[in-house]
Structure formats: structure tokens, C-alpha cells
Design a binder for this molecule. Structure first.
Ligand code: 9WN
Length: 413
């Protein structure tokens, strides 16, 4: 890789983030995802901060416009009308402005914001002071409503950010998708349907939205009665990491820390409950108490959360030996593996960034570097795609993707 090509890709990455700017918030990609998505937006802010830190703070502020009074930060903020995505605000039927979805998404915000703040300590302090309380109330919402036995529960596969991952297969069997009525998907008109979740998945996704909507997004009721409730191993690791970063922010701003320290203790204890006796971190179907039997990319976020069992490194090495480009979102030796179907096999650049950050923190620098090199090559050879085949690098999903551009500027490039 020459410096000239590097510069060209840097320029392209910045252009993608600017082109995907809708006036204060960044869409994941034009067409396929025309609104502000929670974790995408925080990756975007991280990337934008490398060339326009004021705009990065604004990105964070617009995400927080969508925060509910109970602290929840929704997975989509529908700031203004846009065509081409289903389900839109009418399906979620959340009565507030701006309209939002009714579920959340992986809380990478505190981690990304800490990094932006570290790079903009002086001028950024005023922003940090302003949003700190909102971050705390979001974390408090997770701890109060979603933490069970120290593990983070999701109420919908979309909440995990890893929509059709194998982790949800067994739990989704209990969801009846046969009565959701007629609807028209829009995703399959933007990208190849073979690279997206199947119709039977979508029927169930909608059934879960309708159930929670019809029950007024009441967390207590949903916790007791919804068919689907899974302790997501990726989510537990992400929240644990985010709490550690929030603690550092709190200390820096001179705020009290015992509450956050308590959350960290709870989640650290919960990590043990994700340990499948087969020898790896796994999600747990909370309706049956059974492990989901999936060694997926969520499991490999352990290092990102500061957890480093030798077994996980052996698994990662075995999996990396099977594919040309790591980390696949599903175990390539599993029957369910599909190299192009979304979260059932493809490699995702932003997951690689999180996994590699963790590996590096824990001193596994060579493996972290392999992930960076793989990701660089995928972007250099094909462009800023949503995801790729880990087998041969075939690009898939949306093009000119914001978080792929962001991780190029911050980590891969
Ligand atoms: C549903 C926007 C989002 C990402 C998720 C990814 C995908 C949405 C969809 O796109 O999910 O939220 O319609 O497929 O799985 O991680 O935030 O990029």
C-alpha cells in the first residue's frame, strides 16, 4: 500500500461520511438505510472526529434528541421523512418527536465518545459535560430493565445489531410470524435478497415489533410475556466496555463513580454466565435457560470487554485458519455458515475494529494486526462495503457505508 493510495482512500472515506450527512446526522448508507441508526451513528462520529470534531459532537447531539424520558436511546431516529425503508415510523407507532423505533442497539456510544473527547479535551469538555447525564441515564436504563443474572437481554434480534445471527435461531422458533399481515420489504429492492434475512425471519421480526408496540413498549410487560428474550453475549461485552469508558469519563469530569463501579461489578459477574461448558462464550435463551450453541462474532468481543480466557484465543485462531479474511460473523465449520448472508457468515469491518481494539488492549498484537490487514485489503480491493465474504472477499450489502468509512479513518487505514 503506497501513501498515495492511502491518501486516495482517506479522501474517499471522508467523502462518504460527508455524502451520507443529512444535516446533523449521518445515515448508514444512502437508499438502504435512510435514517439515523444508533450504533452506526456513533461509529460515524468517531470517523468524522478525525477531520471535523465539531461535526462529530453534533452527530452525538442529534442521536440524543431521540432519547426517551426513561433513558432508552432508540435504535433508529426518524428525524425526517425518507423513502425506501421498512418498517418506518408508522409501524413502530412511538408517540414522540422525533419519531423513533421502540428498541435500542449496542451501546458503543460511551466508548466512541470517550475516544472523541480524548482527542478534543479542551474544547470538547463543554460537550462532554452536556451529554454526560444522558449517557448515564441510558446505561441506567440497560441495568434496570435488561440486565438479568449480570447478562444483557435483548427483546428483538434488531436490537443486537446482528439481525439474523445464529445466536437467535432457537429462540426465534418460539415466535409466531404467521399473523403479521401483508407488508412490503424495501431492503430486498436495494440489495440482493440472497444477502439479506429470509422472509420467515422478517415475519418474526415484525411479530415482535407488533407485540411490543401493542403493549405500549412496556419493559416490564415485555420482560414477562414476550416470546423472545435472549441474553446477547455481544451486548454484555459491549455494555461492560462502555461502562468502563463511562467510568473514566466520570472520573475526568469529577462526577461520583460508585454507581458505575457497581454496574461494572454486576456485568463482570454476568460474563461467567455466558460461558458455555463446551468451552466458549455464548448467548443464552432466557426463556429456556439454554445456551444458543453459537460461536459467533459476538463471542469474540470478550477482549474488548477486558476478558481474556485462553480458550477463546484458540477458537479465534482455529476460525481464522479456515478463512481468508477474518473475523467471520459465524463459525465457518458450522452447518449454518453462509458466506454472504448478512450475519450468518460475512465479515464486518466495524466488528473487526472492536475485536481488534480488544485484542490489542490485551496484548494480542499480532492477531489484532491480522484483522487490521484483512480489513484494509477488503476495503482496498473492493471499496467501502457493508460486509464481505470471509472466504474470497466478495463484497456484499450496501456500498459507500458510513461505518466502514469511519473505521478506515480511525483504525484500518
Ligand atoms: C435493522 C444499519 C443497520 C445496522 C445493523 C444491521 C442492519 C437493520 C436492517 O443495518 O440492521 O436495524 O434493516 O437490516 O444489522 O447492525 O445498525 O446499518
Amino acid at each position: 500500500m503506497t501513501a498515495v493510495t492511502d491518501e486516495k482512500l482517506d479522501k474517499q472515506a471522508r467523502k462518504i461520511l460527508r455524502d451520507n450527512d443529512r444535516g446533523g446526522y449521518t445515515v448508514p448508507t444512502s437508499g438502504l438505510y435512510p435514517y439515523q441508526w444508533n450504533w452506526d451513528s456513533m461509529f460515524s462520529a468517531w470517523g468524522i472526529a478525525t477531520f471535523d470534531v465539531r461535526r462529530a459532537w453534533f452527530e452525538i447531539t442529534t442521536l440524543l434528541y431521540g432519547q426517551w424520558d426513561n433513558g432508552m436511546i432508540p435504535h433508529i431516529i426518524f428525524h425526517k421523512r425518507a423513502e425506501g425503508y421498512f418498517p418506518g415510523p408508522d409501524v413502530w407507532a412511538v408517540e414522540r418527536v422525533p419519531h423513533t423505533s421502540g428498541i435500542s442497539q449496542p451501546p458503543v456510544a460511551a466508548t466512541m465518545i470517550r475516544s472523541i473527547y480524548e482527542s478534543d479535551k479542551k474544547a470538547g469538555r463543554v460537550h462532554m459535560e452536556l451529554i454526560y447525564g444522558r449517557l448515564v441515564s441510558w446505561h441506567r436504563w440497560w441495568m434496570k430493565n435488561r440486565v438479568q443474572d449480570g447478562m444483557v437481554a435483548i427483546t428483538h434480534p434488531w436490537e443486537s445489531g446482528r439481525d439474523n445471527a445464529v445466536d437467535w435461531d432457537s429462540a426465534m422458533q418460539a415466535v409466531d410470524g404467521s399473523n403479521v399481515g401483508d407488508y412490503t420489504r424495501r431492503d430486498t429492492s436495494h440489495v440482493n435478497p440472497e444477502m439479506r434475512p429470509k422472509k420467515e425471519d422478517y415475519d418474526r421480526y415484525l411479530a415482535l415489533v407488533q407485540f411490543s408496540r401493542d403493549n405500549g413498549w412496556n419493559e416490564k410487560y415485555i420482560a414477562e410475556h414476550a416470546a423472545f428474550r435472549v441474553a446477547d453475549v455481544g451486548m454484555t461485552f459491549i455494555l461492560l466496555r462502555a461502562c468502563r469508558d463511562l467510568l473514566q469519563i466520570a472520573a475526568d469530569l469529577d462526577h461520583d463513580t460508585p454507581e458505575i463501579e457497581g454496574w461494572i461489578e454486576t456485568l463482570e459477574a454476568g460474563v461467567a454466565n455466558h460461558w458455555n461448558p463446551e468451552g466458549y462464550y455464548d448467548s443464552v435463551n432466557l426463556r429456556t435457560g439454554e445456551f444458543t450453541g453459537s460461536l459467533s462474532s459476538g463471542s469474540f468481543l470478550c477482549w474488548y470487554a477486558g476478558v481474556d480466557p485462553p480458550e477463546m484465543m484458540s477458537h479465534l485462531k482455529a476460525i481464522l485458519a479456515e478463512v481468508r479474511y477474518g473475523v467471520p460473523s459465524n463459525d465457518p465449520r458450522a452447518e449454518t455458515f453462509n458466506p454472504l448472508r448478512y450475519w450468518r457468515g460475512p465479515v464486518w469491518g466495524m466488528m473487526n475494529a472492536l475485536i481488534a481494539i480488544g485484542l490489542k488492549d490485551q496484548g494480542h498484537t499480532l492477531t489484532a494486526e491480522r484483522l487490521r490487514k484483512d480489513t484494509r485489503e477488503l476495503i482496498e480491493d473492493h471499496g467501502f462495503y457493508e460486509y464481505w465474504s470471509p472466504v474470497d472477499g466478495t463484497p456484499a450489502g450496501g456500498r459507500n457505508f458510513s461505518w466502514t468509512a469511519a473505521i478506515w479513518l480511525t483504525w484500518a487505514g
